[in-house]
Design a protein around this ligand. Sequence first.
Ligand code: MLT
Length: 206
Amino acid sequence: MLSVQSLSHAHRFVPATEAGHAPLLLLHGTGGDEDDLLPLGRTLAPGAALLSPRGAVLEGGMPRFFRRLREGVFDEDDVRRRANDLADFVRDAREAYGLAAPVAVGFSNGANIAAAMLLLRPEALGGAVLLRAMSPLREPPAVDLTGKPVLILSGAMDPIVPADDVSGLAATLRSAGATVEHRTLPSGHGLSQSDVALAQAWLAAL
Ligand code: MLT
């Protein structure tokens, strides 16, 4: 049995207070940390267990989940390495805390590492809510995501995520068999009340 102390990533764990909810894996954006998305997780799925790791990479002192060369241009070797490390963390945390496969809720950089985990280590996640995601890999591997539920919420005025990039991600996940719902909201890179309401309803219907 793995001990909590031996887990690879600094993280918060909030146990479930109600049965019947998938645990949420909360993945923050650039400059966030393991505390950032706990209030969002509580709002999205009251009573669910929350597992919230801190990204292991620092960019100018800001935690992230993988390295980038500049905004929107990723170090894809590092994406692969860090997605595998995070999937190992999730596997070990599931054993240490006794959890079912979590549904990732990732924002921005956190959404991008969640998308990379779906493509590289699909067994790590029961599904994903990708908030302001981009394609993490230019040449995604062949993967079987049959039946994996994925909600992608994009912003029509997002200055960081090009519309065709996120549509490409949705198409890649769909052609791998995932059940993808992709909605574009009238917002920018930041989250809005509509994101919260849509993600809440989608999670409740799982
Ligand atoms: C990323 O680097 O993952 C994306 O550009 C989003 C961001 O963190 O700014």
